[in-house]
Design a protein around this ligand. Structure first.
Ligand SMILES: [Ca+2]
Length: 176
């Protein structure tokens, strides 16, 4: 690579970093890596709402542990018995159609590298509202460009970050 090409590549790299930092993206969803203050997101609409999962590794690692507001309890999908462990999912029922704009996934060490966020009014017909291809352990914040009206909000796993299941300390949903 000559000097000019190297500088051009470097400029591209810093532009990519700035794009990530600024939270701007050309895709439908913006994924922020840093957690905003809780007050910026408002009320967690998923807190203590009914949650359903494709499977649970153990009874104490059930779906409800991802919406109980506790960072010492978690949901884990079952990676021993699931025919397709990478397809595991969890959804929360907000109780009524609600405008949502942010989903915060607080992943345990067993995180999802690739997953989608889906919306539904009946828990049968699902629509993809965001896609993430760079998941990591810890907090992953998926911010939609526009609010979406939905009753059910789902994390649909596509690719696991580890050979284990998908495990979330908390699955949080916000209106802004
Ligand atoms: Ca929890």
């Amino acid at each position: 690579m000559n000097k000019q090409a190297f500088l051009a590549a470097l400029a591209g790299l810093s532009l990519a970093c700035a794009t990530t930092k600024g939270g701007e993206s050309s895709s439908d969803a913006v994924v922020a890596k840093a957690a905003p203050a809780a007050s910026e997101l408002g009320t967690n609409l998923a807190l203590n709402k009914p949650a359903v999962s494709s499977s649970d590794e153990k009874p104490e690692l059930a779906a409800k542990a991802a919406v109980d507001g506790s960072l010492t309890t978690r949901w884990s999908s079952n990676f021993f018995t699931d025919a397709k462990p990478a397809d595991a999912w969890i959804y929360v029922d907000l109780g009524e159609k609600t405008a949502i704009q942010t989903v915060l996934l607080n992943w345990e060490a067993a995180y999802g590298t690739e997953f989608t966020i889906m919306a539904s009014d009946d828990a049968k017909e699902w629509k993809v509202i965001a896609e993430e291809k760079d998941g990591h352990a810890g907090k992953v914040i998926v911010k939609l460009k526009e609010p979406v009206e939905t009753r059910f909000v789902k994390m649909q796993g596509i690719k696991r970050g580890t050979p284990y299941g998908y495990s979330l300390w908390e699955f949080e949903v916000y209106g802004k």
